[in-house]
Design a protein around this ligand. Structure first.
Ligand SMILES: CC(C)(COP(=O)(O)OP(=O)(O)OC[C@H]1O[C@@H](n2cnc3c(N)ncnc32)[C@H](O)[C@@H]1OP(=O)(O)O)[C@@H](O)C(=O)NCCC(=O)NCCS
Length: 161
């Protein structure tokens, strides 16, 4: 039942859980080796003096059943910050019970409270999670394509070689 779900902010004591859930999501997305962060880097980067991300944990009967990990962006056009969801994951046995909706409601409330104007995310084209996003009101922005500069190409542009 959705009313059994509690959502709370993650703390430094949750870094092992955040790390495990991140690996579960990467494995689901066919990139089991993509997570090179560790619980230690999560503690450093999420819960130090200058946090680079924040996270919410959903629990049922005090047992963690899902999480959302997010960063912040800023629009110069609207002079407002927004949330970018890096990871959202619900353990398979708890899906379709309102857990991810509860996480998204908490994020939407944070936006309302802090005057953040939007929530963005990327989703793989094959992922049925698209149905979830569309169900709760996300729109697919069809005329924008994600581009990235990283690895050797980034180094090459920086060094000219
Ligand atoms: C996508 C995911 C987070 C959804 O979590 P969930 O807890 O099952 O979602 P909820 O139960 O809160 O669903 C909310 C609504 O979306 C609908 N929904 C959920 N998953 C859906 C799907 N795959 N397709 C269509 N609708 C879906 C639900 O039916 C529900 O509708 P309702 O409110 O009318 O009943 C979960 O399936 C998951 O962890 N998937 C694997 C990880 C993943 O893909 N993460 C996203 C990476 S971009």
């Amino acid at each position: 039942m959705a009313s059994d779900i509690a959502v709370r902010g993650a703390t430094v004591d949750d870094v092992d859980l955040l790390h495990r859930f991140s690996i579960d999501l990467a494995t689901y997305e066919d990139e089991p080796d993509a997570v090179t962060s560790t619980p230690q880097t999560l503690a450093r980067d999420g819960f130090g003096a200058d946090p680079k991300f924040a996270a919410l944990i959903a629990e049922r009967a005090d047992k963690p059943v899902g999480f959302a990990l997010y960063t912040f962006n800023y629009s110069v056009w609207t002079a407002a910050r927004g949330i970018f969801i890096e990871d959202i994951w619900v353990v398979p046995e708890e899906r379709r019970n309102g857990v991810a909706r509860a996480l998204m409601v908490a994020l939407a409330k944070e936006c309302m409270a802090k005057d953040y104007r939007r929530i963005d995310l990327n989703v793989l084209d094959w992922n049925p999670a698209r149905g979830f996003y569309e169900k709760i009101g996300f729109k697919w922005i069809r005329n924008w394509l994600p581009y990235r500069l990283s690895g050797e190409a980034l180094q090459k542009l920086a060094t000219g070689s």
